[in-house]
Design a binder for this molecule. Structure first.
Ligand code: KG4
Ligand code: ZN
Length: 333
């Protein structure tokens, strides 16, 4: 079944064509970074307006790169949450319109399930169950994925998402938006042991995360020691990144050990981070666990992952009606 995926939950307008749920025929992502950069973060109203302006060209481009027309589609999968309501509405409205006009089966996909499915696109042999660390700008959570559509949340952030912390710390260091890639670039020239920023320990032992404390610590450090020169900025970036990576890796490894699940998936925008990828790969290799990490382009928001997740739901007989609506706080588990 050839599925068109549509993703507009935040600040990327994306469409992709995927065959059989695993083979990416095309994946087009129109980034809005340049639009939001002057504000240091995503401005929801500007995001939805930009989605509206580019969604049809993006879909047209995905179809033409795949060499197919609307008539070849076996289904359409669209992100209907979680995300920014105005942004989600653009994708949902377009997907429903095409489904209505062409009589194409439609399915709504949870954005976080999409991130998990990104792992299947490049590791088709991946099998359930596995522990998934979904780490993005809006979410940071650990899931036990027991089977398709069966997810149990075993830990989550109690305050900021990891990506949000990267973005805020980048802003404090004057590195601009989006923060994650900028922190990673600058951190390469810094010493991760230069400053000992705190990491949160949960007093109840839960595999939860907290990143607001480290963000405040960076803010105090900058205020006390600023203005920082280039080398000092690099040290702060490296020290911050090191601590965040350590917290993410430790809790993921502990959760997989406790559950005796020797398979781990790392996904979401922050999973594009090289230090995180390397640290988790090392820990999994030491234990003989299987680690699946999508390539960087499939870690950050894209529509191929939505088409993959939607494919399995469509094949299982799931159909969305034209009542399908945007659900900004849609839960996965
Ligand atoms: O999954 P995603 O593209 O969008 C959401 O669903 O939120 O994740 C975006 C987040 C942003 O906070 C961005 O700064 C972060 O992922 N990110 C990174 C890197 N690339 C993107 N964080 C750390 N290192 C990176 N290389
Ligand atoms: Zn995302």
């Amino acid at each position: 079944m050839i599925v068109l995926g549509v993703e507009t939950s935040c600040d990327e307008t994306a469409a992709a064509v995927v065959d059989g749920g695993r083979k990416v025929l095309s994946s087009v992502v129109a980034s809005q970074d340049a639009i939001h950069a002057p504000y240091g973060g995503v401005v929801p109203e500007l995001a939805s307006r930009q989605h509206l302006a580019v969604i049809l060209p993006v879909i047209r481009s995905a179809l033409s790169r795949a060499g197919i027309g609307l008539g070849d589609l076996g289904g359409i999968a669209v992100t209907h949450g979680p995300g920014l309501v105005g942004s989600l509405l653009v994708g949902c409205s377009v997907a429903k319109s095409i489904a209505y006009v062409r009589g194409t089966p439609l399915v709504g996909v949870n954005h976080l399930e999409g991130h998990i499915y990104a792992a299947f696109l490049e590791h088709p042999a991946l099998v359930f169950p596995f522990v998934a660390l979904v780490v993005s700008g809006g979410h940071t959570a650990l899931y036990l994925a027991r089977g398709a559509g069966q997810y149990e949340r075993i830990g989550q952030t109690r305050d900021d998402a990891a990506g949000e912390a990267f973005d805020k710390v980048a802003k404090l260091l004057g590195l601009g938006y989006p923060g994650g890639p900028n922190i990673e670039r600058v951190a390469r020239h810094g010493n991760a042991r230069a400053i000992l920023f705190p990491t949160a320990q949960m007093s109840d032992g839960a595999p939860d995360f907290s990143f607001s404390g480290i963000k405040t610590a960076v803010s105090l450090h900058v205020r006390r020691n600023g203005p920082l020169d280039e080398g000092q900025v690099a040290d702060v970036a490296a020290s911050f990144q090191g601590r965040v990576v350590m917290a993410l890796v430790r809790k993921t490894v502990r959760a997989a050990s406790r559950l005796s699940v020797p398979r781990v998936v790392l996904t979401g925008g922050v999973a594009a981070n090289g230090a995180l990828r390397e640290a988790l790969a090392r820990e999994c290799a030491e234990r003989g666990w299987e680690l699946s990490v999508p390539s960087r382009a499939l870690c950050t928001d894209n529509a191929a992952m939505i088409a993959a997740a939607g494919h399995d739901r469509l094949v299982a007989g799931e159909r969305a009606s034209l009542e399908l609506n945007a659900v900004p706080d849609l839960a996965l588990a």
